[in-house]
Write a protein that binds this ligand. Structure first.
Ligand SMILES: [Mn+2]
Length: 360
């Protein structure tokens, strides 16, 4: 599926008249008015009796935390709720504890035509992976996201690219719904927030106030953050020794700002969780001589998922988009096929394009 060109298809046009049982107001698809979009999303969800919430493939704490926070609230209000994601088959171990009500179901249990579908933290239809087709079969699609590149593929799109996490968009929606925060819901929101802000380093004053509100609701910050960000099996150290030992620094690349990269092969990752592989980029990115960091993660022979990070100057979302992916300005990614050297060559070229003076 990672070679499927539709993976990065910006959107499938949506016919609002196709909605089944839920009336969707006209003209809201790309209204761009956050308050109006939030109100419309709240209206749909407050009357829905069957809601399917989807995170992006390889879900992180923001995607699943957002889905589970909203899912838990709707479940308590009596709706039939399921939370899922297209791939992989397993729920990331570090995120399982967030699902206090048993809302997570395998992708195979997602209805062929869900009455109400909510896509969370998913910047494009393709990021739903094998569940992407549900966007065209669902009665109504609500998109809750913070990716600037989101084309607005739902009937209702609450996309706030200034929100540091989708979890914040969800919290605003919960406020519109009049939900009183308690610990299980606040914990899901906090999990998305602490990870997407890199422990609140990329968080506004207002977002710190939101964090305070979540703590006041009973969240144990260390208990949530440590398993997500600071805990790995011992085998992680051996994997890091191999992978980081092969990392390369190219000082002249990325328009002279420096580019560091590492490769995690299937052999390197054997016996370890996705969490260990995903965290490698957080070490590679600490290289002081490089503005841009990349980690190539082998999915299958000759198939790669690539994580990109920048310190401040380079927009790696632009780089990722040139290569068929997406993301945020300082954190983005794409998938690619071929040998690692070939992927690196196209990445180098894309970096030069984005950092060329004429592009600035
Ligand atoms: Mn996010």
């Amino acid at each position: 599926m990672h070679n499927d060109p539709s993976l990065n298809d910006p959107s499938a046009p949506h016919d609002p008249s196709a909605s089944d049982g839920v009336r969707v107001s006209d003209g809201l698809r790309v209204s761009g008015d956050l308050s109006a979009d939030l109100a419309e999303a709240a209206r749909i969800l407050s009357t829905a009796t069957d809601v399917t919430l989807l995170a992006h493939v390889n879900p992180d704490a923001d995607a699943l935390g957002s889905a589970l926070a909203l899912g838990l609230v709707l479940h308590r209000r009596g709706a039939v709720v399921r939370v899922s994601f297209g791939a992989p088959a397993e729920v990331p171990e570090t995120l399982r504890d967030l699902d206090v009500a048993g809302l997570l179901v395998p992708a195979s249990a997602v209805p062929a035509a869900p009455p109400v579908l909510v896509a969370l933290d998913t910047g494009s239809v393709g990021r739903l992976g094998p569940l992407a087709d549900r966007v065209s079969t669902a009665g109504v699609v609500v998109v809750l996201d913070h990716h600037v590149s989101n084309p607005g593929f739902g009937h209702v799109n609450v996309v706030d690219d200034r929100a540091e996490a989708t979890a914040l968009v969800v919290l605003r929606l919960l406020d519109v719904l009049g939900v009183e925060l308690d610990e299980p819901v606040a914990r899901c929101v906090y999990a998305g927030l602490v990870t997407d802000t890199r422990s609140f380093r990329h968080a506004s004053a207002t977002t710190h106030e939101v964090a305070a509100r979540l703590l006041a609701a009973g969240v144990d910050a260390e208990a949530v953050a440590r398993p997500l960000m600071d805990s790995h099996p011992f085998g992680y150290l051996g994997m890091l020794a191999k992978v980081l030992g092969r990392a390369r620094l190219e000082r002249d690349a990325a328009g002279g700002l420096g580019f560091v990269h590492a490769v995690v092969t299937l052999e390197d990752a054997a016996g370890l969780r996705p969490e260990e592989v995903e965290s490698v980029v957080d070490l590679v990115r600490t290289t002081a001589e490089a503005e841009v960091a990349a980690v190539l993660k082998e999915l299958r022979p000759s198939s790669w998922s690539v994580s990109l990070r920048a310190v401040s100057a380079v927009d790696v979302r632009e780089v990722a988009q040139l290569l068929g992916g997406g993301g945020h300005r300082l954190a983005a990614g794409f998938t690619a096929s071929g040998e690692a050297d070939e992927v690196l060559a196209s990445l180098r070229a894309a970096l030069e394009t984005v950092t060329a003076p004429s592009e600035r």
